[in-house]
Design a protein around this ligand. Structure first.
Ligand code: AP5
Ligand code: MG
Length: 193
């Protein structure tokens, strides 16, 4: 198994690049944002609770997302590996993920962290909000709250993986194709190891 975390602030391109990476490497894409939005569209109790938090740009409780990831891992035991997008987002989530992957003898190989300036993030998300239908894209103050939440709680996840020397920074501005090629170069080096 080859497990990868695609990391970065809201709007940094995690979803865009994940689609291309899973097509190339055959990994299973696990995006907690997508899983939560699916709960919302099915109007489950979990989705209704999560929506209140997501609409403020804040993080859903750790136990909720850890539970979703745990069952997704169990349901995809035969996968070639996992691409985690938008998870882990707190140090507690990172520790829980390591424990889950230890049980499968299949640790995180690398965290690739997309770096994009705050103004570019806001520009991208405001633009997407014109058509996406995502309620957390609809106004700039929610977008900025999501970015603030990232600085407050999520940058700690990079510190967590840095202690194991697993973090590689990737320039996340420029063409989608150039960024994809930078990501592939890092992945290919590690798959070859
Ligand atoms: P989530 O769904 O994870 O959203 P996010 O992290 O806020 O980020 P986005 O999905 O908006 O951005 P992205 O990095 O995927 O970029 P994208 O490729 O879409 O989380 C949403 C909410 O769910 C959270 O706020 C939280 O409430 C909750 N949640 C989720 N996971 C959680 C967790 N683990 N714990 C607790 N709560 C959790 O690109 C963005 C835009 O830019 C697109 O329009 C795209 O076309 C464009 N774009 C992409 N690349 C480029 C480029 N190179 N140049 C120009 N434009 C580009
Ligand atoms: Mg996304």
């Amino acid at each position: 198994m080859f497990n990868l975390i695609l990391f970065g602030p809201p709007g940094s391109g995690k979803g865009t690049q994940s689609e291309k990476l899973i097509a190339k490497y055959g990994l299973k894409h696990l995006s907690t944002g997508d899983l939560l939005r699916s709960e919302i569209s099915r109007q489950t109790a979990l989705g209704m609770e999560a929506r209140k938090v997501m609409d403020k740009g804040e993080l859903v409780p750790d136990e909720v997302v850890i539970g979703m990831i745990s069952s997704s891992i169990d349901q995809n035991e035969m996968s070639k590996g996992f691409l985690f997008d938008g998870f882990p987002r707190t140090a507690a989530q990172a520790e829980a993920l390591d424990k889950l992957l230890d049980l499968k003898n299949s640790p995180i190989a690398v965290m690739l962290a997309l770096e994009v300036s705050e103004e570019e993030l806001v520009t991208r998300l405001v633009k997407r909000g014109e058509t996406s239908g995502r309620s957390d894209d609809t106004n700039e103050s929610i977008i900025r709250a999501r970015i603030a939440e990232y600085h407050k709680k999520t940058t700690a996840v990079a510190d967590y993986y840095r202690q194991f020397d697993k973090v590689t920074l990737i320039k996340g501005e420029g063409s989608i194709e150039d960024i994809f090629n930078s990501l592939c170069k890092e992945i290919d080096e590690r798959i070859a190891e």
